[in-house]
Design a protein around this ligand. Sequence first.
Ligand code: PEP
Ligand code: MN
Length: 337
Amino acid sequence: MVIVMVPKAKKSQIDKVINSVKKDGLKPHVSKGEERKLILVIGDERKLNLDHIKAIEGVEKVHPILKPYKLASREVQKEDTIIKVDHLKIGGDSLVYMAGPCTIESEKQLIKIAKSIKKSGAQILRGGAFKPRTSPYAFQGLGEKGLKFMQKAKKETGLVTISEVMDTHDVDLVAKYVDILQIGTRNMQNFQLLKAVGKVKNPVMLKRGMTATFDEFLMAAEYIMSEGNKKVILCERGIRTFVKYTRNTLDLNIVPVLKEMTHLPIIIDVSHSTGIRKIVRPMARAAVAAGAHGLMIETHYSPEDSYSDAAQTVDLDEFKKIVKETQAIENILKNMN
Ligand code: PEP
Ligand code: MN
């Protein structure tokens, strides 16, 4: 349910509505930045004493939210969510680049890559310390040691950092060392994990499940947001289809569609969605042309030697070309508007 206040509603009137909702045993969320304040009520709406709420001065109207996702919905928040980390803005008009190795291999490796991608224009360093590997015998990541290298790389370069968390028990640990938490495709519907990252202050980048519909994707974001963490970034990383040539199929339709459905930023992971190094750059260009808020690109100075995802990892020069070409596309789009 959305309770819409009149344009100049007083704080005391908004407080009255909030108290009334709480008294009915439901959770109110006040949406900010609107010309009119909106109070969203999430939960079993049958408990609401609607007559009482409608009678509070300052309440203009009350209407149901039609979509199953609420906090993530454009219906509820018209303007784009812009997530600030240090001086960086993710969402809105900015285009951000996340680059770095699939797996953190050593301090030297990470810092060498971090310095180079920063010079080429990246703002965010990615690197996995806890790796979700298909085989239990494959390298599983350096764990906390790797996270410490991320912290060091941030200190040396000033880059914002992102790393995956796979287990509820590791949420605080990963949150301590890196700026943004990543939820991988395999965990998009790990509801306990989603609730756990919903309780921390760090932004969360949620990757689309490899067979998830748009609604399922946004419902997963809703899990995080309903726990209080509204700083959710969505990431398309390719879906499973009958196409065997590429590792996954990049579903670029998602960019314009999600921009209508939600106010959350959307990043395109052109590495996992393609699985093939040579098609990363053309798909990066396409993603920016479609209106993505950013790109994620697995990058290494010696891609063939990467501990994981070598086939899709680009080298440092290729990353530089990707930034140059996609920024040119971004400028054309900006000048058209
Ligand atoms: C990754 O980013 O390295 C990763 C494992 O991604 P995904 O969850 O999309 O497979
Ligand atoms: Mn990877």
